[in-house]
Design a protein around this ligand. Structure first.
Ligand SMILES: Cc1ncc(COP(=O)(O)O)c(C=O)c1O
Length: 444
Protein backbone atom coordinates (compact mmCIF):
# COMPACT_ATOMS: atom_id res chain seq x y z
CA UNK A 1 0.00 0.00 0.00
CA UNK A 2 1.28 3.47 -0.83
CA UNK A 3 0.50 5.17 2.49
CA UNK A 4 1.02 8.66 1.13
CA UNK A 5 -1.96 8.18 -1.18
CA UNK A 6 -4.20 7.72 1.85
CA UNK A 7 -3.08 10.87 3.65
CA UNK A 8 -3.40 14.60 3.15
CA UNK A 9 -1.42 15.54 -0.01
CA UNK A 10 1.11 17.50 2.11
CA UNK A 11 2.46 14.22 3.51
CA UNK A 12 5.37 13.05 1.42
CA UNK A 13 6.14 16.57 0.13
CA UNK A 14 9.88 17.37 0.28
CA UNK A 15 9.24 20.33 2.63
CA UNK A 16 7.59 18.08 5.21
CA UNK A 17 10.41 15.54 5.03
CA UNK A 18 13.26 18.09 4.91
CA UNK A 19 14.11 18.15 8.63
CA UNK A 20 13.95 14.35 8.99
CA UNK A 21 16.06 13.89 5.90
CA UNK A 22 18.90 15.99 7.36
CA UNK A 23 18.66 14.37 10.78
CA UNK A 24 18.86 10.94 9.16
CA UNK A 25 21.92 11.75 7.11
CA UNK A 26 23.69 13.29 10.12
CA UNK A 27 22.92 10.15 12.12
CA UNK A 28 24.36 7.96 9.35
CA UNK A 29 27.58 10.02 9.22
CA UNK A 30 28.32 11.07 12.79
CA UNK A 31 32.01 11.64 12.01
CA UNK A 32 31.28 14.13 9.23
CA UNK A 33 31.74 17.87 9.74
CA UNK A 34 28.28 19.26 9.18
CA UNK A 35 27.55 22.61 7.57
CA UNK A 36 23.89 21.49 7.52
CA UNK A 37 22.17 22.45 10.79
CA UNK A 38 20.93 25.95 11.47
CA UNK A 39 21.44 25.16 15.15
CA UNK A 40 22.98 27.45 17.77
CA UNK A 41 26.58 26.93 18.85
CA UNK A 42 27.10 24.58 21.79
CA UNK A 43 29.67 27.01 23.28
CA UNK A 44 26.76 28.68 25.04
CA UNK A 45 25.78 25.46 26.77
CA UNK A 46 28.54 26.11 29.34
CA UNK A 47 26.66 29.13 30.73
CA UNK A 48 23.28 27.38 30.74
CA UNK A 49 21.91 26.42 34.15
CA UNK A 50 18.18 25.78 34.13
CA UNK A 51 17.85 25.72 37.94
CA UNK A 52 19.47 29.14 38.32
CA UNK A 53 17.34 30.64 35.53
CA UNK A 54 14.09 29.23 36.95
CA UNK A 55 15.05 30.66 40.35
CA UNK A 56 15.60 34.10 38.85
CA UNK A 57 12.17 33.93 37.25
CA UNK A 58 10.45 32.73 40.45
CA UNK A 59 12.06 35.51 42.50
CA UNK A 60 10.87 38.02 39.90
CA UNK A 61 7.30 36.69 40.21
CA UNK A 62 7.49 36.78 44.02
CA UNK A 63 8.73 40.39 43.97
CA UNK A 64 6.53 41.85 41.25
CA UNK A 65 3.29 39.93 41.88
CA UNK A 66 3.67 39.64 45.68
CA UNK A 67 3.23 35.89 45.65
CA UNK A 68 4.72 33.35 48.03
CA UNK A 69 7.40 30.97 46.75
CA UNK A 70 4.82 28.18 46.72
CA UNK A 71 2.37 30.27 44.67
CA UNK A 72 5.09 31.26 42.21
CA UNK A 73 6.26 27.64 41.88
CA UNK A 74 2.71 26.43 41.26
CA UNK A 75 2.67 28.53 38.07
CA UNK A 76 5.32 26.23 36.67
CA UNK A 77 3.60 23.09 37.89
CA UNK A 78 0.19 23.79 36.36
CA UNK A 79 -1.05 24.04 32.77
CA UNK A 80 -1.08 27.83 32.70
CA UNK A 81 -2.68 30.33 30.30
CA UNK A 82 -2.65 29.47 26.59
CA UNK A 83 -1.41 32.99 25.80
CA UNK A 84 1.68 32.48 27.93
CA UNK A 85 3.31 33.38 31.25
CA UNK A 86 6.01 35.71 30.00
CA UNK A 87 4.04 37.99 27.64
CA UNK A 88 4.87 40.97 29.92
CA UNK A 89 8.61 40.22 29.85
CA UNK A 90 8.63 39.91 26.05
CA UNK A 91 6.57 43.12 25.61
CA UNK A 92 8.97 44.92 27.99
CA UNK A 93 12.03 43.68 26.11
CA UNK A 94 10.62 44.76 22.73
CA UNK A 95 9.84 48.24 24.12
CA UNK A 96 13.25 48.57 25.78
CA UNK A 97 15.02 47.59 22.56
CA UNK A 98 13.04 50.21 20.63
CA UNK A 99 11.16 47.51 18.82
CA UNK A 100 7.39 47.63 18.45
CA UNK A 101 5.63 49.43 21.29
CA UNK A 102 3.21 46.65 22.20
CA UNK A 103 1.36 45.63 25.32
CA UNK A 104 1.36 42.08 26.79
CA UNK A 105 -2.19 41.44 25.44
CA UNK A 106 -0.73 41.61 21.94
CA UNK A 107 1.84 38.87 22.59
CA UNK A 108 1.34 35.13 22.28
CA UNK A 109 4.03 32.77 23.59
CA UNK A 110 4.30 29.72 21.34
CA UNK A 111 6.08 26.38 21.02
CA UNK A 112 8.83 27.90 18.88
CA UNK A 113 8.41 30.27 15.97
CA UNK A 114 7.09 27.30 14.01
CA UNK A 115 3.87 27.21 16.02
CA UNK A 116 3.51 31.00 15.76
CA UNK A 117 3.74 30.74 11.95
CA UNK A 118 1.22 27.89 11.92
CA UNK A 119 -1.28 29.73 14.13
CA UNK A 120 -0.94 33.03 12.26
CA UNK A 121 -1.62 31.23 8.97
CA UNK A 122 -4.57 29.33 10.47
CA UNK A 123 -6.08 32.57 11.77
CA UNK A 124 -5.62 34.68 8.64
CA UNK A 125 -6.44 32.26 5.83
CA UNK A 126 -10.21 31.92 5.41
CA UNK A 127 -10.96 30.33 2.03
CA UNK A 128 -9.04 28.52 -0.75
CA UNK A 129 -9.02 31.85 -2.61
CA UNK A 130 -6.65 33.32 0.02
CA UNK A 131 -3.09 32.77 -1.17
CA UNK A 132 0.19 33.18 0.70
CA UNK A 133 3.06 35.01 -0.98
CA UNK A 134 6.42 33.66 0.18
CA UNK A 135 9.67 35.46 -0.50
CA UNK A 136 12.00 32.75 -1.78
CA UNK A 137 14.31 31.08 -1.09
CA UNK A 138 12.59 30.69 2.26
CA UNK A 139 12.75 28.88 5.59
CA UNK A 140 11.37 25.41 4.89
CA UNK A 141 8.98 25.51 7.88
CA UNK A 142 6.72 28.13 6.32
CA UNK A 143 6.30 26.07 3.20
CA UNK A 144 5.56 22.97 5.29
CA UNK A 145 3.03 24.80 7.48
CA UNK A 146 1.18 26.27 4.49
CA UNK A 147 1.07 22.85 2.79
CA UNK A 148 -0.33 21.18 5.91
CA UNK A 149 -3.02 23.86 6.12
CA UNK A 150 -3.90 23.47 2.43
CA UNK A 151 -2.92 27.08 1.72
CA UNK A 152 -1.77 27.79 -1.80
CA UNK A 153 1.60 29.53 -1.82
CA UNK A 154 3.09 31.73 -4.53
CA UNK A 155 6.77 32.47 -4.78
CA UNK A 156 8.06 36.06 -4.83
CA UNK A 157 11.72 36.47 -5.80
CA UNK A 158 14.09 38.73 -3.95
CA UNK A 159 16.75 41.20 -4.98
CA UNK A 160 19.96 42.11 -3.17
CA UNK A 161 18.01 44.54 -0.94
CA UNK A 162 15.04 42.28 -0.23
CA UNK A 163 11.71 41.34 -1.77
CA UNK A 164 11.17 42.26 -5.42
CA UNK A 165 8.29 44.71 -5.00
CA UNK A 166 7.52 44.85 -8.74
CA UNK A 167 7.13 41.08 -8.83
CA UNK A 168 4.91 41.29 -5.75
CA UNK A 169 2.71 43.97 -7.40
CA UNK A 170 2.40 41.78 -10.51
CA UNK A 171 1.40 38.79 -8.39
CA UNK A 172 -1.22 40.87 -6.56
CA UNK A 173 -2.86 41.95 -9.84
CA UNK A 174 -2.59 38.47 -11.36
CA UNK A 175 -4.25 36.91 -8.32
CA UNK A 176 -7.09 39.41 -8.48
CA UNK A 177 -7.63 38.75 -12.18
CA UNK A 178 -8.27 35.09 -11.35
CA UNK A 179 -10.58 35.79 -8.40
CA UNK A 180 -7.84 35.04 -5.84
CA UNK A 181 -6.45 37.17 -3.10
CA UNK A 182 -2.93 37.48 -1.69
CA UNK A 183 -3.88 37.55 1.97
CA UNK A 184 -0.37 37.77 3.42
CA UNK A 185 3.30 37.72 2.58
CA UNK A 186 5.92 35.83 4.61
CA UNK A 187 9.46 37.17 4.72
CA UNK A 188 12.47 37.40 6.96
CA UNK A 189 13.94 40.89 6.46
CA UNK A 190 17.09 40.51 8.59
CA UNK A 191 19.63 37.92 7.38
CA UNK A 192 17.06 35.55 5.97
CA UNK A 193 17.36 31.79 6.04
CA UNK A 194 18.89 30.71 3.67
CA UNK A 195 19.88 33.71 1.50
CA UNK A 196 21.24 36.00 4.24
CA UNK A 197 19.41 38.94 2.65
CA UNK A 198 18.78 42.18 4.53
CA UNK A 199 15.84 44.28 3.36
CA UNK A 200 16.70 47.97 2.92
CA UNK A 201 14.91 50.61 4.97
CA UNK A 202 13.29 52.16 1.92
CA UNK A 203 11.92 48.77 0.84
CA UNK A 204 10.56 48.17 4.34
CA UNK A 205 8.64 51.44 4.10
CA UNK A 206 7.42 50.73 0.56
CA UNK A 207 6.23 47.25 1.53
CA UNK A 208 4.21 48.67 4.44
CA UNK A 209 2.60 51.24 2.13
CA UNK A 210 1.81 48.54 -0.43
CA UNK A 211 0.31 46.27 2.25
CA UNK A 212 -2.02 49.04 3.41
CA UNK A 213 -3.00 50.04 -0.12
CA UNK A 214 -3.52 46.50 -1.40
CA UNK A 215 -4.93 45.10 1.85
CA UNK A 216 -2.60 42.23 2.78
CA UNK A 217 -0.77 41.24 5.97
CA UNK A 218 2.94 40.80 6.50
CA UNK A 219 4.35 37.86 8.47
CA UNK A 220 7.73 39.15 9.57
CA UNK A 221 10.08 36.41 10.81
CA UNK A 222 12.83 37.94 12.94
CA UNK A 223 14.82 34.79 13.77
CA UNK A 224 18.30 36.08 12.79
CA UNK A 225 17.98 39.83 13.44
CA UNK A 226 20.20 39.52 16.53
CA UNK A 227 23.21 38.57 14.40
CA UNK A 228 23.42 42.08 12.90
CA UNK A 229 26.30 44.27 14.10
CA UNK A 230 24.87 47.11 16.20
CA UNK A 231 25.69 49.75 13.56
CA UNK A 232 23.90 47.72 10.85
CA UNK A 233 20.66 47.14 12.74
CA UNK A 234 17.56 48.35 10.89
CA UNK A 235 14.12 48.87 12.45
CA UNK A 236 11.85 45.84 12.18
CA UNK A 237 8.82 46.11 9.92
CA UNK A 238 6.70 45.77 13.05
CA UNK A 239 8.30 48.79 14.67
CA UNK A 240 7.58 50.84 11.50
CA UNK A 241 4.03 49.53 11.23
CA UNK A 242 1.49 52.33 11.83
CA UNK A 243 -1.55 50.45 10.57
CA UNK A 244 -1.25 47.01 12.21
CA UNK A 245 -0.38 45.24 8.99
CA UNK A 246 2.51 43.23 10.48
CA UNK A 247 2.45 40.08 12.57
CA UNK A 248 5.93 39.68 14.02
CA UNK A 249 7.21 36.15 14.61
CA UNK A 250 10.04 35.75 17.13
CA UNK A 251 12.01 32.79 18.44
CA UNK A 252 14.30 32.14 21.39
CA UNK A 253 15.71 29.08 19.59
CA UNK A 254 18.67 30.85 17.98
CA UNK A 255 19.30 33.56 20.57
CA UNK A 256 18.89 31.20 23.58
CA UNK A 257 18.32 27.48 23.09
CA UNK A 258 16.16 25.49 20.68
CA UNK A 259 15.53 22.79 23.29
CA UNK A 260 13.29 25.16 25.26
CA UNK A 261 10.96 25.41 22.24
CA UNK A 262 9.83 28.95 23.03
CA UNK A 263 8.85 31.51 20.42
CA UNK A 264 6.31 34.28 20.21
CA UNK A 265 4.01 36.28 17.96
CA UNK A 266 3.30 39.99 18.20
CA UNK A 267 -0.24 40.32 16.82
CA UNK A 268 -1.89 43.60 17.81
CA UNK A 269 -4.61 43.53 15.14
CA UNK A 270 -8.05 44.16 16.66
CA UNK A 271 -10.53 41.32 16.23
CA UNK A 272 -14.26 41.76 16.80
CA UNK A 273 -16.28 38.78 17.91
CA UNK A 274 -19.92 38.02 17.05
CA UNK A 275 -21.17 39.85 20.17
CA UNK A 276 -19.27 43.03 19.33
CA UNK A 277 -16.48 42.37 21.85
CA UNK A 278 -12.89 43.18 20.94
CA UNK A 279 -9.65 41.29 21.46
CA UNK A 280 -6.23 41.20 19.90
CA UNK A 281 -5.27 38.73 17.17
CA UNK A 282 -2.75 37.32 19.68
CA UNK A 283 -5.65 36.49 22.02
CA UNK A 284 -7.64 34.92 19.18
CA UNK A 285 -4.59 32.84 18.21
CA UNK A 286 -4.31 31.77 21.88
CA UNK A 287 -7.79 30.21 21.62
CA UNK A 288 -6.62 28.19 18.62
CA UNK A 289 -3.41 27.27 20.45
CA UNK A 290 -5.46 25.86 23.31
CA UNK A 291 -6.74 23.28 20.78
CA UNK A 292 -3.26 22.33 19.51
CA UNK A 293 -0.50 22.49 22.12
CA UNK A 294 -2.75 23.80 24.96
CA UNK A 295 0.03 26.01 26.30
CA UNK A 296 3.79 26.45 26.01
CA UNK A 297 5.64 24.59 28.77
CA UNK A 298 5.64 26.97 31.78
CA UNK A 299 8.98 25.50 32.90
CA UNK A 300 10.54 26.39 29.55
CA UNK A 301 8.97 29.86 29.66
CA UNK A 302 10.49 30.34 33.13
CA UNK A 303 13.95 29.45 31.75
CA UNK A 304 13.57 31.98 28.94
CA UNK A 305 12.07 34.52 31.38
CA UNK A 306 15.11 34.02 33.65
CA UNK A 307 17.42 34.70 30.70
CA UNK A 308 15.58 37.92 29.83
CA UNK A 309 15.66 39.14 33.45
CA UNK A 310 19.36 38.26 33.74
CA UNK A 311 20.03 40.29 30.59
CA UNK A 312 18.41 43.51 31.75
CA UNK A 313 15.00 42.68 30.21
CA UNK A 314 16.55 43.14 26.77
CA UNK A 315 16.67 40.90 23.71
CA UNK A 316 19.51 43.03 22.34
CA UNK A 317 21.60 42.37 25.45
CA UNK A 318 20.65 38.68 25.37
CA UNK A 319 21.85 38.34 21.77
CA UNK A 320 25.00 40.48 21.97
CA UNK A 321 27.75 37.92 22.63
CA UNK A 322 25.96 35.35 20.49
CA UNK A 323 25.71 37.72 17.53
CA UNK A 324 29.46 38.38 17.90
CA UNK A 325 30.27 34.65 17.78
CA UNK A 326 28.13 34.08 14.69
CA UNK A 327 29.67 37.07 12.88
CA UNK A 328 33.13 35.69 13.73
CA UNK A 329 32.13 32.25 12.41
CA UNK A 330 30.69 33.78 9.24
CA UNK A 331 33.91 35.72 8.60
CA UNK A 332 35.89 32.54 9.28
CA UNK A 333 33.79 30.53 6.80
CA UNK A 334 34.14 33.18 4.10
CA UNK A 335 37.92 33.45 4.52
CA UNK A 336 38.31 29.64 4.48
CA UNK A 337 36.31 29.51 1.22
CA UNK A 338 38.45 32.32 -0.23
CA UNK A 339 41.58 30.40 0.74
CA UNK A 340 40.51 26.98 -0.57
CA UNK A 341 38.40 27.74 -3.63
CA UNK A 342 38.69 29.70 -6.85
CA UNK A 343 35.85 32.22 -6.81
CA UNK A 344 36.08 32.49 -10.60
CA UNK A 345 34.75 28.96 -10.97
CA UNK A 346 32.65 28.47 -7.82
CA UNK A 347 30.54 31.30 -6.48
CA UNK A 348 28.99 32.02 -3.09
CA UNK A 349 27.42 35.01 -1.34
CA UNK A 350 29.03 37.00 1.49
CA UNK A 351 26.45 37.94 4.11
CA UNK A 352 27.53 40.01 7.10
CA UNK A 353 25.21 38.20 9.48
CA UNK A 354 22.84 35.27 9.81
CA UNK A 355 23.92 31.65 9.84
CA UNK A 356 24.09 30.76 6.14
CA UNK A 357 25.97 30.99 2.86
CA UNK A 358 24.61 29.84 -0.51
CA UNK A 359 27.03 28.30 -2.99
CA UNK A 360 26.50 27.49 -6.67
CA UNK A 361 27.99 24.15 -7.67
CA UNK A 362 28.44 22.50 -11.05
CA UNK A 363 25.96 19.61 -10.70
CA UNK A 364 22.52 19.09 -9.12
CA UNK A 365 22.80 19.02 -5.34
CA UNK A 366 20.48 16.16 -4.48
CA UNK A 367 20.30 13.43 -1.81
CA UNK A 368 22.61 11.13 -3.77
CA UNK A 369 25.27 13.77 -4.11
CA UNK A 370 25.05 14.56 -0.40
CA UNK A 371 25.40 10.87 0.45
CA UNK A 372 28.45 10.62 -1.82
CA UNK A 373 29.97 13.74 -0.23
CA UNK A 374 29.35 12.43 3.29
CA UNK A 375 30.69 8.96 2.53
CA UNK A 376 33.76 9.98 0.55
CA UNK A 377 34.69 13.36 2.07
CA UNK A 378 33.15 13.40 5.58
CA UNK A 379 31.41 16.72 5.13
CA UNK A 380 27.70 17.65 4.99
CA UNK A 381 25.65 20.55 3.62
CA UNK A 382 21.99 21.21 2.79
CA UNK A 383 20.56 20.95 -0.74
CA UNK A 384 19.02 24.32 -1.64
CA UNK A 385 16.09 23.05 -3.74
CA UNK A 386 13.98 22.53 -0.60
CA UNK A 387 14.03 26.29 0.08
CA UNK A 388 12.15 27.09 -3.16
CA UNK A 389 8.56 26.51 -4.22
CA UNK A 390 9.47 25.67 -7.82
CA UNK A 391 12.40 23.85 -9.41
CA UNK A 392 14.95 26.53 -8.55
CA UNK A 393 18.13 26.03 -6.55
CA UNK A 394 18.94 22.63 -8.07
CA UNK A 395 22.67 23.33 -8.35
CA UNK A 396 23.02 25.18 -5.05
CA UNK A 397 24.00 24.16 -1.53
CA UNK A 398 23.53 25.92 1.82
CA UNK A 399 26.43 26.09 4.26
CA UNK A 400 25.72 26.93 7.87
CA UNK A 401 28.46 28.48 10.03
CA UNK A 402 26.61 28.47 13.35
CA UNK A 403 27.21 25.07 14.88
CA UNK A 404 30.95 24.66 14.25
CA UNK A 405 34.16 25.98 15.82
CA UNK A 406 36.62 27.98 13.64
CA UNK A 407 38.92 24.91 13.51
CA UNK A 408 36.05 22.69 12.34
CA UNK A 409 35.09 25.30 9.74
CA UNK A 410 38.66 25.26 8.36
CA UNK A 411 38.82 21.46 8.20
CA UNK A 412 35.28 21.28 6.81
CA UNK A 413 36.11 23.72 4.01
CA UNK A 414 39.27 21.74 3.12
CA UNK A 415 37.09 18.63 2.77
CA UNK A 416 34.44 20.56 0.86
CA UNK A 417 37.10 21.81 -1.53
CA UNK A 418 38.24 18.23 -2.28
CA UNK A 419 34.62 17.24 -2.86
CA UNK A 420 33.99 20.19 -5.20
CA UNK A 421 37.16 19.45 -7.14
CA UNK A 422 35.96 15.87 -7.65
CA UNK A 423 32.85 17.11 -9.48
CA UNK A 424 32.65 17.47 -13.23
CA UNK A 425 32.50 21.06 -14.48
CA UNK A 426 29.40 22.67 -15.89
CA UNK A 427 30.09 21.51 -19.45
CA UNK A 428 28.82 18.03 -18.48
CA UNK A 429 25.15 17.41 -18.80
CA UNK A 430 23.77 17.26 -15.25
CA UNK A 431 20.89 15.03 -16.27
CA UNK A 432 23.07 12.21 -17.56
CA UNK A 433 25.03 9.86 -15.27
CA UNK A 434 28.14 11.70 -14.09
CA UNK A 435 31.44 10.21 -13.04
CA UNK A 436 32.69 11.29 -9.67
CA UNK A 437 36.30 10.55 -8.80
CA UNK A 438 37.73 7.22 -9.92
CA UNK A 439 35.47 4.63 -8.44
CA UNK A 440 31.95 5.85 -7.86
CA UNK A 441 29.29 6.72 -10.37
CA UNK A 442 26.10 8.37 -9.23
CA UNK A 443 23.02 9.41 -11.13
CA UNK A 444 21.89 12.96 -10.56
C1 LIG B 1 13.78 31.79 9.64
C2 LIG B 1 13.37 30.80 10.68
N1 LIG B 1 12.21 30.96 11.30
C3 LIG B 1 11.78 30.11 12.23
C4 LIG B 1 12.53 29.00 12.59
C5 LIG B 1 11.98 28.02 13.62
O1 LIG B 1 12.18 28.48 14.86
P1 LIG B 1 11.71 27.60 16.13
O2 LIG B 1 12.79 26.62 16.40
O3 LIG B 1 11.55 28.62 17.20
O4 LIG B 1 10.42 26.94 15.79
C6 LIG B 1 13.76 28.78 11.98
C7 LIG B 1 14.55 27.60 12.33
O5 LIG B 1 15.49 27.21 11.69
C8 LIG B 1 14.18 29.70 10.99
O6 LIG B 1 15.35 29.54 10.34
Amino acid sequence: MNVNNDLHPAFGEPAIEAMNFLNEIMKRHPQAISFAPGAPNLNFLAEFNSERLINIYLEHIQNTQHRSRMEASSLLYEYGPAQGLICDLVADALRRDQGPNVCPDDILITVGAQEAIFLALRALFRTPQDHLAIVTPCYVGVRGASSLLGIEAVSIPEEADGVDLNALSDRLSEARKFGKNIRAIYLSPDYSNPAGTVMSLSKRKHLLTLAEREDFYILEDGAYGFTAAFADTLPSLKSLDQTRRVIYIGTFAKICLPGARVGFAVADQVIRDARGGKRSLAQAMASAKSMITVNTSPICQAIIGGMLIENGFSLVQLGKSKGELYRRNMACLISALDRELDSNTITWNRPLGGFFIIMDISVPANAELLEYCARSFDVLWTPMSQFYLDNSGKCQIRLSCSYLSPAQIDTGVERLSKFLHSLPNRSHSPSSGIHIGEASTIRV
